[in-house]
Design a protein around this ligand. Structure first.
Ligand code: SAM
Ligand code: SF4
Length: 428
């Protein structure tokens, strides 16, 4: 068995084939996408509808999401145009023949909307898209805009899950990272939502500047006690963020090194698994049965996320992946002119689809050999002999007659595993 320290110098937390790699949209690509939208969806896979409210009422120091301050947007006008964009998709043959089992309001912070505005948007989605007999509504938000009354109205409406960006329960760190609400506020919102029977999934972050192992453990302990689901993200200091400037000018300490980051990951993994959570998807720990069989996740890369709104970047429909215009004024202008507000669009080749299929390993999902042969008429071993041999040699994957899956060691390096299958021009 290879020693952990010899596997990779550092853990990759971000996989290939994300919006950061899509090319800027060209007229031929737009045409090709429109042509595709006029075909029938014959995949037989359920999809996720993901409208974004890319607005926030404050700016967290670490955040790389393309959001606009709520006082700089005419919210009602934005919502009208968001619906207009949704309606443009809803009219296409592909979407008319698609069935959705998740409606996820993302962003940004959809909780900046009133409960009535959220419900109106959800009603619009339900009226214009076909939902499966079993479907789930998720709304993401921050405790600073999730008044208890709002949570109650959403629960009464039938929202299944609230995603809250908790980040840390350490008030000293919260202040340093420009999070305006206190740990007690976040706790109150979670407790109340849980009392009403809502599933709560909290985003937590580790390897924050100045975050001690004790602070991280205390945050995890509190989350487990509150009976919340967890998305545990390793902080990535993005260029242009407030935090990057703070670290550069010395007002924030630097992050921990790669070894410290790994220890924080392993600590969380151990604590959560011991508390009965299962690691699912890229960064989630869950005790909710449905999360294990979530269609959008399990069918990667053949399901689909239809995302809309300024700056949304997680859209993928079969071989097409896209992200929208980030600037909210330009986004609104483009939708007004009846054009899909896409700014980056990638059309995968068959080879890309094979590589993307292998990134199931990043999502802690096996690669079924049978399905690979059905889709591509060849086997993963024929296409990726060196990559598979290298990963097996490092003790990161196991291969049997049926499937390829990550080992326990591979869990820690799932991002690095995914990069082994990236095309050479994407490798940094
Ligand atoms: C769109 S936000 C979630 C919802 C909501 N806006 C909030 O923060 O309460 C998605 C999550 O991404 C994570 N995130 C943001 N910036 C990050 C960064 N630089 N590195 C790692 N994770 C980050 C945070 O945990 C954040 O809650
Ligand atoms: S983390 Fe969430 S609340 Fe904070 S700025 Fe980003 S999107 Fe807004």
């Amino acid at each position: 068995m290879t020693k952990t320290s010899e596997v990779y110098d550092y853990r990759e937390n971000w996989p290939p084939y994300t919006y950061r790699d899509y090319p800027d949209i060209k007229p031929e690509a737009y045409k090709s996408f429109i042509k595709f939208l006029n075909t029938e969806n014959t995949s037989g896979k359920l999809m996720e509808l993901q409208p974004w409210v890319s607005v926030c009422d404050s700016r967290c120091a670490f955040c790389y999401f393309p959001t606009t301050a709520s006082n700089k947007v005419e919210i009602e006008e934005y919502l009208d145009l968001l619906k207009k964009e949704l309606a443009m998709y809803a009219k296409t043959k592909y979407v008319k023949t698609s069935v959705f089992d998740e409606i996820v309001l993302g962003g940004g912070t959809p909780s900046v909307l009133s409960a009535e505005q959220i419900i109106d948007l959800l009603n619009f989605c339900k009226a214009n898209f076909t939902t499966n007999s079993e479907y789930f509504i998720k709304v993401s938000g921050s405790s600073k805009t999730l008044a208890l009354q709002k949570i109650k109205k959403l629960a009464d409406y039938g929202v299944y899950q609230i995603d809250i960006g908790a980040q840390t329960f350490d008030d000293k760190l919260r202040k340093a990272l420009c999070l305006p609400d206190s740990a007690a506020d976040v706790e109150e919102a979670i407790k109340y939502a849980r009392k009403l029977g809502l599933v709560v999934c909290v985003d937590l972050m580790y390897n924050l500047p100045g975050q001690t192992m004790e602070s991280w453990k205390a945050t995890l302990k509190k989350t487990i006690k509150l009976d919340a689901e967890v998305d545990a993200y390793s902080l990535h200091v993005d260029p242009g963020t407030i935090l990057e400037k703070m670290i550069k000018n010395g007002t924030a300490p630097p992050q921990g090194n790669a070894e410290y980051e790994k220890q924080m990951f392993l600590t969380a993994h151990k604590m959560l698994i011991e508390a009965g959570y299962k690691a699912v998807g890229h960064d989630r720990y869950s005790r909710v049965e449905w999360h294990m069989r979530e269609n959008c996740l399990n069918n990667w890369p053949w399901g689909g996320i239809l995302t809309t709104g300024a700056g949304c970047f997680m859209g993928y429909l079969q071989k097409f992946s896209y992200s929208n215009i980030e600037n909210i004024t330009d986004y609104m202008e483009t939708v007004r002119s009846e054009k899909l507000p896409i700014c980056k669009l990638s059309e995968s080749t068959v080879e890309d689809m094979m590589r993307r299929t292998m990134t199931r390993l990043y999502l802690r999902l096996p690669v079924s050999k049978k399905e690979f042969v059905e889709k591509f008429n060849t086997t993963p071993e024929q296409i990726f002999p060196q990559q598979l041999a290298k990963l097996q040699e490092k003790g990161l994957i196991e291969i049997d007659d049926q499937e390829i899956r990550t080992t326990k060691l591979g869990e820690t390096y799932k991002g690095n595993i995914a990069w082994e299958f990236a095309p050479s021009q994407q490798i940094k």
